[in-house]
Design a protein around this ligand. Structure first.
Ligand SMILES: *Cc1c(COP(=O)(O)O)cnc(C)c1O
Length: 460
């Protein structure tokens, strides 16, 4: 997953619960359209997504359950394809990948980024065209590189000197000539509105611009006739809501492009600015408008290249979270409700850090609501926790639920489409939940939930 820490923390951390703005019961029933899937609404008190009542989803498929609003995800794929027409949009598969998502990508005309031969296998298993796939990774094995070469992936983004040697050897052995890009660490790290544009070279990804490693990688690649160097790649962070960090990164990449032209007489035709575009997780979060983002990025690339006296390269972007994040929710059933006197109420649900590790891992923030009914009860300060043997097994640290909450109620957590199923694990031998796509009043399983037999498989 992303190399970037998410120091999101709790934006209300400095405020004691009683100091926060009071909530009305109506606020608890509200489905904020910028956070919840595009087709969500509350009908007769219960949430529907894709025209399906969440109570029916729970009854038919059980809980916990990942629910994907197909129309939402497909419409975001289309929005990207349209806004970035003339450029390449590669969905970053690590956000959430399965066969059905790959089919949607193909329908909607997007490319795909993979970061392992497992992800590559998912794509190839449903006939996704290999030339529209880019292979990433800081430690691709020889076997993975060989698979990528044999499949004929469109691009391989090289991340180290070792990899250049390995890839050069394998390409020669297999009689291939892959298109490669160099992953450049530009010294820009971005997160929401802030970005740091000092040397941030102390990390495992990429080849440093400042230290000259990127230029040296270019030299080594150009010395190998079996590799075709086509461009530079940079990925500056996650949950980014404006283009300021991309502008600094693009400017720095342009200086390297000029250096390459001067030193080697080579003009690289492609520039990949990575992904990292933010989505709204909680009230007040902003997500960049896709059209504005596309126009902004294209303008930046055109400007920095014209300023540097370079032809404008073909732009590639790699959105992950922003494609699948907002269209996904996770549905849970409420179990134990424990009032910790004078502090808050701990609401336990039937999943936890095995199906959503983001809060435990880096303090992610989420919106959750009672969704099997609406309620006029008073707000109750709550913490949504899982059933795992870790006190850090928290899904939502600090929020309000109606005080009449009861075991058996259904709670949904919004914006869980990205980096939840893909980071899911079997801690405490919990089976990973099914993924269900909803559209037009119909739900269908796109990834089966695991059973206990699945958990025991392979044990001797
Ligand atoms: C993770 C990643 C992305 C996608 O990031 P999002 O924050 O999900 O948009 C794109 N490109 C690369 C190289 C990545 O590692």
């Amino acid at each position: 997953m992303s190399r970037f820490a998410h120091p999101a923390g709790d934006r209300h951390a400095e405020m004691l619960p009683h100091e926060r703005p009071p909530l009305a019961p109506a606020d608890l029933n509200r489905i904020n359209p910028s956070i919840w899937p595009r087709t969500s609404s509350r009908a007769e008190g219960a949430l529907t997504v894709g025209g399906v009542d969440v109570r029916d989803l729970a009854r038919d498929h059980g809980t916990p359950l990942y629910v994907i609003d197909e129309d939402d995800v497909r419409s975001r794929m289309r929005d990207y394809a349209t806004a970035f027409a003339g450029s390449e949009v590669h969905y970053a598969g690590k956000a959430f990948l399965c066969k059905e998502i790959v089919r949607w990508l193909q329908d909607e005309g997007l490319g795909l980024d993979v970061a392992s031969s497992g992800e590559l296998a998912v794509a190839l298993s449903v006939g996704f065209p290999a030339e529209r796939i880019t292979m990433h990774g800081n430690n691709k094995s020889k076997a993975e590189l060989a698979k990528a070469l044999e499949a004929g992936v469109g691009h391989i983004v090289v991340d180290s000197y070792d990899e250049i040697t390995r890839l050069g050897y394998l390409a020669e052995q297999l009689g291939k000539r892959p298109k490669v890009m160099v992953r450049v660490t530009t010294g820009v790290e971005a997160h929401t509105h802030e970005f740091i544009a000092t040397a941030h070279d102390d990390q495992k990804f990429g080849l440093s611009l400042n230290a000259g490693a990127a230029a040296e990688a270019v030299r080594r690649i150009l010395a190998l006739p079996q590799l075709e160097l086509v461009g530079l790649h940079s990925h500056i962070g996650s949950q980014i809501v404006d283009t300021a960090g991309f502008e600094v990164a693009a400017r720095r990449l342009a200086t390297l492009l000029v250096q390459i032209k001067d030193e080697h007489g080579v003009v690289l035709p492609e520039l990949d600015l990575g992904g990292g575009y933010g989505i709204a997780y909680v009230d007040g979060d902003e997500a960049p408008d896709i059209k504005e983002l596309a126009d902004g990025l294209r303008e930046i690339v055109a400007k920095v290249c014209v300023d540097a006296g370079l032809p404008v390269p073909r732009l590639t972007v790699e959105p992950g979270r922003t494609i699948v994040g907002p269209g996904g929710i996770t549905l849970y059933e409420v179990g134990t409700i424990k009032d910790v006197e004078g502090l808050r109420t701990y609401v336990s649900i039937d999943g936890g850090m095995s199906d959503n590790v983001r809060t435990a891992l880096y303090g992610a923030e989420y919106t959750a609501a009672l969704v099997s009914r609406s309620s006029e009860a008073e707000p109750m300060l709550s913490r949504l926790v899982g059933k795992h043997c870790e006190s850090g097994d928290i899904i939502v640290r600090d929020f309000h639920l109606p005080a009449d909450l009861a075991p058996g109620d259904l709670i949904a957590v919004a914006a869980t489409g990205a980096y939840c199923r893909s980071l899911a694990n079997n801690y405490n031998y919990l089976p990973r939940p099914a993924v269900v796509a909803v559209s037009g009043g119909v739900s269908r399983v796109i990834v089966q939930g695991e059973t206990e037999d699945d958990l025991l498989r392979g044990q001797l």
